[in-house]
Design a protein around this ligand. Structure first.
Ligand SMILES: Nc1ncnc2c1ncn2[C@@H]1O[C@H](COP(=O)(O)OP(=O)(O)OP(=O)(O)O)[C@@H](O)[C@H]1O
Ligand SMILES: [Mg+2]
Length: 469
């Protein structure tokens, strides 16, 4: 074999081109080794070739042969130890080609002898594959049935080609490495994606459970709120009922206790009056002034007692014919002690008699609460104007005070049970909630208008008596 322009040289060139084209067309490590083995056998015109690759642990692996390996050959039979193949070891360690011109005359190890016998090998050539100063394997070319003495030129040419082919082997190894890394990475990404999917599913499930639990809590919360409002209303009503019952007993007792001595006084007054009238007394006028004030006092006491009786009446009927002016006057008489000289009471009553159908005692409570609040709202000097009128089928009463007014942010809450701006222990905050319920019981409406520091108007609208008839 001589690489020059003669037919033999062209044949060698063609084989080399074929080898490199075949290598370029594949990136598979095993295939590349097989191409090299076949190509080199063809190049050197010999029958047998083999490639051993070297593992980290100095183990040799038979990676390609010409003729090709049986693909079913077990992996164990393809493995050999470097120490059992001294010629391979020499090639690898010296990084130089080895030549056995005649196997019959060479000292061979038992493993080497075994292969030589098996394949009838006569002459052998060993070319190490060297990459970056390291031997990565060895190519063995062998003649069968006849010996051949390779010359120096051929051996050097073979090693040059083997060196070139090492680059191709290294590239495919790198590619295989890369492929393995890529596959590992893909596997890892796949596993992580599966894990993530699982976690997302679990999260979705948990989220769903949380949402439904949240719904339950939300509903329970709404139910609890309603229950609390109901409880507060019931509590307020019970409180009011209790208060009214004891107040009724008290006022009835007080009225009785006052009525008795009042009867004595009234009797004595009558007697005194009659006596003075029957006698001829000069300074009668002077006496009549005293008698007049006694009479006035008696009337006022008996009016208050009567008012108290109306207020504390235990009658629960809603069919009573109630005169609004009478109720308001009564309330003013009862509350008189709370009205000091700083407060002026103005009345703008309708000239007509205004009658509603309802419960006199409850109407007393409505106006007493509203008047009480108006009085409490006036801290300095002020006025409370009470107006009544009939409009369509409504009897409208307004209690207009010039007190401190109600801030806008609380005006919506003042009829809530227990809502109060008074200090603890000063008020129950039940006044307006009871008033509101009592107005509703009369099929009426309760409205408030207020301006801070200017005053408040409390408006009670009650259906006229006639409307019920
Ligand atoms: N005419 C008014 N002027 C200013 N604020 C008022 C007036 N009427 C009611 N309010 C406000 O509404 C709140 C609730 O009144 P409500 O009569 O229900 O309770 P209260 O007067 O505080 O207590 P209680 O009536 O038990 O003595 C009062 O605390 C007050 O802040
Ligand atoms: Mg009040």
């Amino acid at each position: 074999m001589k690489l020059n322009a003669n037919p033999q040289g062209i044949r060698e060139l063609n084989i080399l081109i074929k080898i490199s084209q075949n290598i370029i067309s594949t990136l598979q490590y095993e295939k590349v080794l097989q191409i090299i083995s076949d190509g080199m056998a063809e190049l050197f015109e010999i029958e047998s070739a083999a490639i051993y690759t070297l593992e980290e642990n100095n183990e040799l692996i038979l990676s390609a042969t010409t003729p090709p390996l049986d693909p079913n050959m077990p992996e164990s039979l393809r493995r050999a130890l470097l120490e059992n193949h001294p010629h391979v070891r020499n090639a690898i360690e010296s990084k130089k080609p080895q030549h056995i011109p005649d196997t019959g005359k060479e000292k061979l190890s038992p493993s080497e002898q075994n292969i030589v016998d098996l394949r009838h090998l006569q002459s052998l050539l060993y070319f190490p594959f060297i990459q970056e100063e390291k031997s990565i394997g060895v190519l063995i070319l062998g003649t069968c049935n006849k010996t051949r003495n390779f010359n120096k030129e051929e051996i050097s040419f073979g090693q040059t080609i083997a060196n070139q082919l090492s680059v191709a082997i290294q590239n495919t190894l790198l590619h295989a490495d890369l492929k393995r890394h890529k596959e590992n990475l893909e596997k890892l990404v796949h596993e992580k994606t599966l894990e993530l999917d699982k976690t997302i599913d679990e999260l979705k499930k948990t989220n769903k459970e949380l949402i439904s639990k949240n719904d339950i809590i939300f509903n329970q919360n709404a139910e609890l709120k309603t229950a609390l409002i109901n409880l507060r209303n019931t509590q307020a009503q019970l409180f009011q009922a209790e208060k009214m019952a004891s107040l009724g007993t008290l006022t009835a007792g007080v009225a009785h206790e006052i009525n008795n001595p009042l009867n004595f006084i009234a009797g004595a007054y009558e007697g005194l009056n009659n006596y003075l009238n029957s006698k001829c007394i000069d300074d009668k006028n002077e006496f009549s002034v005293f008698l007049g004030s006694i009479e006035k006092g008696i009337k006022r006491i008996s009016n208050t007692v009567m008012g108290l009786n109306y207020f504390s009446s235990e009658n629960n009927s809603m069919d009573e014919k109630c005169q609004i002016h009478f109720v308001i006057e009564n309330c003013l008489a009862i509350i008189n002690s709370k009205i000091n000289e700083k407060i002026e009471i103005l009345k703008e009553f309708s000239p007509d008699e205004l009658i509603v159908k309802g419960n006199i005692s409850k109407l007393h409570q409505i106006f007493l609460n509203l008047l009480g609040n108006a009085i409490e709202a006036i801290t300095e000097k002020g006025k409370i104007k009470i107006t009544t009128e009939r409009k369509n089928n409504w009897i409208i009463t307004e209690i207009i005070d010039t007190g401190k007014g109600i801030p806008k942010n609380i005006i919506g809450n003042i009829t809530d049970p227990f809502f109060t701006t008074k200090e603890a222990g000063q008020g129950t905050g039940l006044g307006l909630s009871i008033t509101y319920n009592l107005v509703l019981e009369h099929n009426g409406k309760l409205e408030f208008e207020s301006e801070i520091t200017k005053g408040t108007t409390a408006r009670v609208l009650l259906p006229t008596f006639e409307k019920h008839e």
